[in-house]
Design a protein around this ligand. Structure first.
Ligand SMILES: CC(C)(COP(=O)(O)OP(=O)(O)OC[C@H]1O[C@@H](n2cnc3c(N)ncnc32)[C@H](O)[C@@H]1OP(=O)(O)O)[C@@H](O)C(=O)NCCC(=O)NCCS
Length: 195
């Protein structure tokens, strides 16, 4: 066979959804995706994959915490990434308008299909629906792909932390961003959307 066959391959279907429960299969896929991201060096805090039961307990626990919203990204139906929206605790009346976008990752095998963009925008739309006016996030300065994505989506850098994280290579600087959600961007997506 000659020629580039890839141009005839069907585009994988992407879907990002806000979830409140995980089936055994989905939990397994989410743990696989997280492990792959951790090994690749973008594991929302973990430098090496924890034992499987720790990872499972982490995701189950996330669903139980009332102030957290969990989003998963699927590629052809298989969970390949995730993100979270953390709402401020009830006592924090002074910052009740602001939420935090965090723990976003896509497994290396599923990158480049727009899942991270959808995981961010759908969380952003969800935050708007909940009435939040500001979305904050922070990222290691070494996560170039994520920084490019967030800046393209209109997040504005407001600070840097020289001792934000410590990896095997030493301290890594952290970058802090915010987005004013009352300013509508050019690219809106709807929750539970597909592409
Ligand atoms: C950052 C990450 C989530 C991107 O996932 P993805 O699904 O491949 O990203 P998308 O396909 O949605 O790409 C969206 C945008 O991200 C940026 N991007 C993605 N991959 C990139 C790369 N390799 N280099 C530079 N920019 C990149 C681009 O701006 C891209 O838009 P474009 O395609 O119009 O150029 C993924 O690389 C990852 O999990 N990295 C490790 C963990 C991490 O950094 N998490 C964020 C911490 S808050």
């Amino acid at each position: 066979m000659t020629g580039d066959q890839s141009q005839f391959a069907p585009k994988p279907a992407t879907l990002v959804e806000h979830i409140t429960a995980l089936s055994v299969g989905d939990l397994n896929d989410l743990c696989d995706a997280a492990e792959a991201a951790i090994i690749d060096g973008g594991g929302f805090g973990w430098l090496t994959p924890p034992p499987r039961e720790t990872l499972e307990a982490y995701w189950r626990g996330t669903l139980l915490i009332p102030d957290r919203d969990l989003f998963v990204g699927r590629l052809d139906g298989v969970i390949a990434g995730s993100s979270q929206l953390h709402r401020p605790p009830r006592n924090n009346e002074a910052q009740s308008f602001a939420c935090n976008f965090t723990t976003s990752f896509v497994a290396p095998w599923a990158r480049g299909h727009g899942l991270a963009r959808d995981l961010t925008q759908i969380a952003e739309n969800h935050a708007r629906k909940l009435g939040f006016e500001v979305m904050n996030l922070d990222v290691r300065e070494t996560q170039r792909a994520a920084i490019r994505l967030y800046e393209a989506l209109g997040f504005q850098k407001f600070g840097e932390h020289p001792y934000y994280a410590r990896t095997r290579d030493g301290y890594v600087r952290g970058l802090y961003y915010f987005k004013n959600l009352s300013v509508t961007g050019p690219t809106g997506t709807t929750e539970g959307g597909t592409s």
